[in-house]
Write a protein that binds this ligand. Sequence first.
Ligand code: SIN
Length: 477
Amino acid sequence: MNLQDPDLFRNAALIGGQWLARPDMAVTNPATGAVLGELPDCTAEETLAAIASAETAMVEWRARTHAERADILMRWYTLMLENTEDLAQILTAEQGKPLSESRGEVAYGASFVRWFAEEARRINGKIIPSPTAGKKIFAMKEPVGVCAIITPWNFPIAMITRKVAPGLAAGCTMVVKPSDFTPYSALALAVLAERAGIPAGVLNILTGKPATIGATLTASPVVRKLSFTGSTRIGALLAEQCAPTLKRLSLELGGNAPFVVFDDADLDAAVEGAMQSKFRNGGQTCVCANRIIVQSGIHDAFVAALAKRVDELRVGAGTEAVDIGPMINTAAIDKINAHVADALDKGATRVTLPRDLPSHFADPVVLAGASTEMLLAEEETFGPVAPIFRFETEDEALALANGTPFGLAAYFYTRDMARAFRFGEALEFGMVGLNTGLISSEVSPFGGVKASGLGREGAQEGIEEYLETKALHFGGL
Ligand code: SIN
């Protein structure tokens, strides 16, 4: 990396405003396997120290005016944009995505900081007329308290700002545990947060392995909320750990997104949408199309056009001019290979050209003839695999689309307006893209139903997750 500001690359965790360096845990570049640096594997005592400093810092932070907190968040937003190139370099080095996507993620991540800086000024309560004369009831909004934030490796910047910015705007303080694969983006954000004027202890970053830190955060009665993005299995485990202390929960968990193309769709638009939805971050997003479900009349033309586009994708290190970088680790590659092998074994046909790639990279592939018996119908592949399921009727498409315990994102392409409403309403998902493969935005509520989790991030809903409502009853008026 050739950073304009090398100070953004910190080999230290941040606890109560103190940077703690200790070379316990190496972080590697997924494209090359090269070690980027070493960080502390924070202990239970260090986690408790971070919680204590967040508790202390909250007294002063929540007392600030909404306008002051908004101004600080706006400075953080500006600093993020001013440092886009360095943040993108760090992100690509530790996560692998192409630099163009990393720059996009910095802008996406910063958009949440700006949005919640603006929302900070609109935290309003209400006055409720009392049924008894001489009384009034004030419903006031207050910060939830100290929040634990556990974030994934696929969006090392945006998943932090989408949680931290509304929390800070609301007056909460934060203990953040970024993925141990991608901690440096979080640490760079924390350097910029300090420069923006976020006081010591308000934002703490714990590096290390998840088990000890997660168990300590979830057991603490001081921590009043947990926000987690990751797998359904870990989300359920964290929820169980939070149950004895009854914390507020926001859980953004796994998906298994259907992408339905009806015969009356605009073919070019549907192919473009499938490319965007399926291959963003090499297929490593929770909202990626996992099952592409295509009506028989348009099926062959769609498969041919998609395969042509996929064969053109460039795969390589994110620092080169590529479309897909490395996968995050060998476990990810193994899962992708297992899904492809299982599908081929059960009758799917590969319609894209095979490539000979180094071991850190996955071959982007389109598979025709997918069926519900295959592993990739049940689980997120989390890689660049596009399986195509064929259907005849709308009812069949709906049953296929909803036939999953997950309910995060779904997409469909049609030019029939009546079907657009009918099918859009019948889909059991938190987010639906109609004639678009891109649904992520700071202004839109992000989150799922069923096994995909609880709560919403971004939008007006996002700040409510960090606020409690207190009813203050005034008598004798
Ligand atoms: C995710 O994959 O968890 C987030 C994707 C997004 O925000 O678009």
